[in-house]
Design a protein around this ligand. Structure first.
Ligand code: FCB
Length: 417
């Protein structure tokens, strides 16, 4: 395979995020979670990281995606915690010494509390504050080739600014669009910063959540329009912005928005997070006239979070993402279930689709299963079991599941990708 990424083989990995494994006393989500009281720090990965990194070796992965918890690095404005930086550097060093490619995420939903209080994303001052952090990371961390600037910027905006169910807890679409514009500006500048500061040829992207979005009823023109609008906003408007430098948003009954965003071609690969299909119905009694539902149409069942298992949707989103003409990496794909057989089937069916796509010529260079161990799942707390390793939240013991053994087997049997 002509490997433009310059790595020797397909990246088989697992993905995690810092806050979901280790919490942080200084993060905005911590005070948010005090209402839910689901203890994000419960898996205590911040202390047990050496043990957890050994699990990667046991699995046989050659890549690991994890995030740097910004609020640990800058617990207060203008204060750097050098020990926290050394901690993440040690993780990178352990990975490299085991031939596991580190892929780091600079922003995975959480913020230092001081940032979200004083400089929320809809304020232009947020850009400078994030860039100070990004520059410090790009100039200090050594041995990282793969960088994700932002995880799922659209999810952050939908939850934090449209729904208001996550920090900063605002319900205002125009502020949300302003926040998105600032986040994308940060991506563009961070892309340049990383290329300036990081030796070698760093690979930079975002991780974009893409879903299969379908009308509730194929016969209802309003449902069809809705699904089309949603697909354009949620899946495609970011791809278009990377191609053109223009963010174009059209919501029904609202004026079209066209904003210049400095991100044109600022991608070395494209990270796709894919989980599910969502059906959409026009319902005037719901917010923005939209009702969402997961339905078990393929007969593969729903996950413990009620998400539809729809492997074919992966092909659809990869087809769209291919329009960017950069290599693709599946930066997240996984299932919340306590049923190991279901987890195994989910993985197999998605990897089968991936294999078909690669045979068809899609330029996909990696697959990261979400997630390594059971962890804190945002608004769902601790019930959503995504891990290949089961965590006993009382004893903190990590136990391999059959799904872990299956993933190892999958990696060996498909290593020829
Ligand atoms: C993704 C998030 C990740 C995790 C999975 C289940 O959207 O990026 O943090 O919560 O969903």
């Amino acid at each position: 395979m002509n490997n433009k990424l310059g790595v020797d083989s397909f990246l088989w990995g697992v993905a995690t995020s810092a806050f979901q494994l280790e919490g942080s006393p200084y993060a905005d989500w911590t005070s948010w979670d005090s209402i839910l009281d689901t203890k994000p720090h419960i898996t205590n990965h911040y202390e047990l990281y050496r043990e957890d990194l050994k699990l990667l070796k046991d699995l046989g992965v050659n890549a690991y995606r994890f995030s740097i918890e910004w609020s640990r690095i800058q617990p207060r404005e203008n204060i750097w915690d050098d020990e926290a930086i050394a901690h993440y550097q040690e993780i990178i060093d352990i990975l490299n010494s085991n031939n596991i490619e580190p892929m780091i995420t600079l922003h995975h939903f959480t913020h230092p509390l001081w940032f979200i209080k004083k400089y929320p994303w809809h304020e232009d001052a947020s850009i400078g504050k994030f860039l100070v952090f990004a520059e410090k990371m790009a100039s200090t961390l050594k041995g990282v080739r793969y960088w994700i600037t932002f995880n799922e910027p659209y999810v952050l905006i939908l939850a934090g600014y449209f729904e208001g169910c996550t920090p900063p807890g605002i319900r205002d679409i125009s502020l949300g669009i302003r926040a998105l514009k600032n986040i994308l500006a940060c991506h563009g500048k961070t892309y340049d910063l990383i290329h300036e500061k990081v030796a070698g040829s760093p690979m930079v992207s975002v991780a974009h959540n893409m879903a299969a979005l379908a009308p509730w009823s194929r016969w209802n023109p309003l449902d069809k329009i809705l699904a089309k609008v949603a697909r354009h906003f949620y899946n495609h408007s970011l791809l278009d912005a990377f191609k053109t430098g223009i963010l174009n948003v059209k919501f029904p009954f609202k004026e079209e928005i066209c904003i210049a965003v400095p991100i044109r071609d600022k991608l070395d690969f494209f990270g796709v997070n894919y989980y599910t299909r969502i059906h959409m119905r026009f319902n005037p009694f719901k917010k923005m006239g939209i009702e969402l539902r997961h339905r078990d149409i393929d007969g593969y069942g729903l996950t413990d979070m009620g998400w539809e298992i729809h492997p074919r949707g992966l092909e659809r989103v990869l087809r769209h993402a291919s329009e960017l003409n950069v290599p693709l990496i599946i930066t997240e794909n996984g299932i919340a279930t306590r049923d190991c057989q279901k987890k195994i089937k989910y993985m197999k069916r998605h990897v089968d689709v991936l294999e078909r796509c690669i045979k068809e010529g899609f330029d996909v260079r990696g697959y990261f299963y979400w997630s390594l161990i059971d962890n804190y799942e945002w608004l769902q707390g601790l019930d959503a079991r995504f891990g290949l390793y089961r965590v006993d939240f009382d004893t903190l013991e990590r136990k391999p599941t059959n799904a872990a053994a299956y993933y190892s087997y999958l990696i060996k049997s498909r290593s020829s990708f």
